[in-house]
Design a protein around this ligand. Structure first.
Ligand code: ADP
Ligand code: MG
Length: 701
């Protein structure tokens, strides 16, 4: 919703930065490069840290690592050129101690300033040097003897650097922008009773405190981002994003979808034919999906279920609901390997019920492709399985009613929406079912997926024994050969997974190839297979099938097997260079074993030395098999951006909030959003407009 001219005239928030004195085209351009276009953008550009120049610290009480301001007189100056130019200035104060200021870059004019006896005030972080404490490149200023040397009234903000704009200029510009803040009432959007109950400052107060904290402000809280002023801003920003997602959801619900309520006879027939009984969790989630699909409103449901929890069969039953209603379903997976597995499963389950399943992946070409596309377009194919090839523009569906996306974390929101747009003509859009095995911590899901309903298959099929995980140094590799020999002698199968820092397909493929050769030499009695990303798709699939059929004992693979591969007889997995993989990936990989009733184990081999982070990851893997626990740990170690695939979710766009730090605010955010949407939708609009602005990108996507 563009702001009209007259609005802009009264609302300084949207004034361009060129309206500030000193901002010409060049500066405006530098600011714009960082997304700073309006006064409001500068208001929201918070300091990265603060410096306390409100007092003077005696040199005697300085501590290494603790920033402080010092005042004294120059005692001695020494210039050196030994390895590179260097300037050392000794400063003494009334506490009878000396501090060394050390410069590596300096101008002659600077040297001339440091006359013995000159009065100097400086700020920086001392460290232990050769001759007591020293500060490298302090900020400093010389005072003449008449100068009373007034101290700072407030903590000094230090802003994130912007290329081409000096820190002093930036501080000045932000100060000027702040001077144009409207009064409290004009600025505030949160209703007063709400603010009172939150016990947080007004927006104006919060901004002023965050930019210009008074000298007695809690510096520790400010540095940690937990000061009430910062929390107030984070809350409003999180609220804005949440509201924006909720509004997209509301918009989606205004659309129509086919109500799939011809019954679930086919689904029940599939279920009765299965060699196992559905778990309680699978039944519950299927029930939720069935209820959604019966409504003439598009479903948008995320099914979270740990690896091996049995999501595929639930998806197949959902597809049958569409088919029974005379419509089509599509299942999209992120890799060909995974898509092919789904194809095999779905054909096995659905063809006996008389359902025709088509296959569309990048490698399907020529006549096969034309005939698949044709079957999809004329409705002969009731289910189509494939990769993102499904979303290409020229793929036309006869009557797509349900789009299922597996392993959603690998797809972007845009891809998801593209499949949605594949709805049959008319105004109906397909229902969407999104499945992920990478559980997202509850709080994060709330923020990232406020536009989705979430179901959890939180129960594993019975009879699985937990996977034993051991972490070993790569030096113990020889022992593993015996372990593989023993497992295979018992009729079990094993994976050996190769990873490398340089994960260019080619280098990893070479490493896998040589591992394959070494293992073949050490284990001549075993049938060993190899899969990696550089192989032809056909060869890859032939090997996978041979492994699944038990014709291969040991599969040497790259992380191409990360998702979806399902060979219940495999009970041993060895991951080389496990320290290089993230938690989510390790968890996915490990999920390839422990799918049958045999006790399984996973050996994580690492190369010393281990970084702190790597050590913690491996320790987490050793301690737990629970995907949700692992996801929480992952969030703690990596932060939310990495976890969700930042660009996909738009969560990187936060200016103030930090999901890991501010997760505790999210339940409140949700409550407030509920209240605003029902009582003051206009306020909700303005909050979204302020923080998310015209960037309601996904709605338009
Ligand atoms: P994921 O949730 O990781 O996608 P899959 O759908 O691949 O899991 O299922 C893992 C394995 O468990 C498959 O072999 C599947 O046939 C089997 N399975 C699914 N549900 C059950 C169940 N209720 N009881 C026993 N085995 C099941
Ligand atoms: Mg799966």
């Amino acid at each position: 919703m563009p702001v009209s001219r007259s609005d802009a005239a009264v609302d300084p928030a949207h004034l361009p930065l060129s309206s500030l004195p000193g901002v010409g085209a060049r500066v405006a351009e530098k600011l714009a490069a960082r997304g700073l276009l309006t006064l409001q953008d500068l208001w929201m550009q918070l300091p990265r840290r603060y410096e306390d120049r409100t007092s003077i610290t005696p040199i005697r009480t300085l501590q290494p690592g603790v920033a402080a301001q010092v005042e004294g007189r120059v005692e001695a100056v020494e210039r050196g050129f030994r390895y590179r130019p260097m300037l050392r200035v000794a400063v003494g104060d009334d506490s009878q101690s000396t501090l060394v200021l050390r410069f590596f870059h300096f101008r002659a004019a600077q040297v001339a300033q440091f006359q013995p006896g000159a009065r100097i005030r400086c700020y920086g972080t001392p460290r232990a040097g050769q001759h007591g404490l020293e500060i490298v490149h302090p900020s400093y200023r010389l005072l003449d003897d008449e100068d009373a040397g007034a101290l700072g009234e407030r903590l000094d903000p230090v802003y994130p650097a912007i290329e081409g704009i000096g820190p002093a200029t930036l501080r000045k510009l932000i100060g000027q922008a702040l001077d144009k803040l409207p009064d409290d009432e004009a600025l505030e959007l949160l209703p007063q009773p709400l603010r009172a109950s939150l016990k947080l400052p007004s927006l104006k107060q919060a901004l002023l405190t965050a930019h210009r904290p008074p000298r007695d402000a809690d510096l520790a809280a400010l540095s940690a981002g937990t000061h009430p002023a910062q929390q107030r801003l984070a809350l409003e920003e999180l609220l804005a994003h949440h509201l924006s997602l909720r509004r997209q959801r509301i918009a989606l619900q205004q659309q129509r979808a086919a109500a799939l309520k011809n019954g679930d006879t086919l689904a029940q027939r599939l279920r009765e034919g299965l060699p196992f009984a559905l778990t309680g969790a699978q039944q519950r989630v299927f029930g939720q999906i069935r209820a959604d699909l019966a409504k003439p409103v598009p479903m948008l449901r995320l099914v979270q279920g740990d690896v091996g929890s049995g999501k595929t069969v639930v998806a197949a039953m959902a597809a049958l609901l569409a088919i029974e209603a005379g419509k089509q379903a599509a299942l999209m997976a992120p890799t060909e390997l995974l898509a092919e597995q789904h194809l095999v499963n779905l054909r096995g389950w659905l063809e006996p019920l008389g359902v025709r399943v088509a296959w569309l992946a990048g490698k399907v070409t020529g006549k096969a492709r034309a005939s698949a596309m044709n079957a999809v377009a004329n409705g002969e194919a009731q289910v189509v399985v494939g990769t993102h090839a499904l979303m290409q523009e020229h793929v036309v569906f006869h009557d797509l009613a349900l789009a299922i996306v597996d392993e959603q974390h690998r797809f972007g929101v845009h891809q998801r929406l593209a499949l949605r747009d594949k709805g049959a003509g008319g105004d109906a859009v397909p229902h969407q079912l999104v499945m992920t095995a990478t559980p997202i911590p509850r709080t994060l899901a709330m923020a990232a997926y406020a536009d989705l309903d979430v179901s959890a298959i939180d129960e594993l099929p019975p009879g699985r024994t937990p996977i034993q995980t051991v972490v070993l140094s790569a030096e113990r590799r020889p022992e593993l050969i015996e372990r593989i020999r023993a497992a295979c002698a018992e009729g079990r199968q094993a994976y050996w997974v190769c990873t490398l820092i340089d994960d260019s397909d080619e280098v990893v493929a070479q490493a896998a190839q040589s591992t394959y050769e070494n293992l073949s030499a050490s284990l001549p009695e075993l049938r060993i297979g190899l899969v990696h990303g550089r192989m032809k798709a056909n060869d890859k699939q032939a090997t996978m099938r041979a492994f699944k059929d038990g014709a291969i004992d040991l599969l040497v693979a790259t992380t191409v097997i990360e998702v979806g591969v399902d060979v219940p007889n495999a009970s041993l997995m060895i991951v080389e260079n496990a320290e290089r993989l993230g938690l989510a990936q390790l968890h996915q990989l490990r999920g390839r074993v422990g799918r049958g009733s045999a006790a399984s184990s996973c050996v994580l081999l690492y190369q010393s030395p281990l970084s702190m982070m790597a050590k913690q990851r491996l320790e987490t893997m050793r301690q737990t098999n629970d995907g949700f626990v692992i996801a929480e740990k992952d969030l703690e170690l990596r932060g939310p951006g990495e976890l969700l695939g930042v660009r996909q979710t738009g969560l990187a766009a936060f200016r103030v909030a930090d999901l890991a730090r501010d997760a505790a605010l999210l339940p409140r955010v949700r409550e407030i959003a509920d209240a605003l949407l029902s009582e003051s939708p206009d306020v909700a609009d303005r909050i979204v407009q302020r923080w998310v602005g015209g960037a309601a990108r996904y709605a338009a996507a």
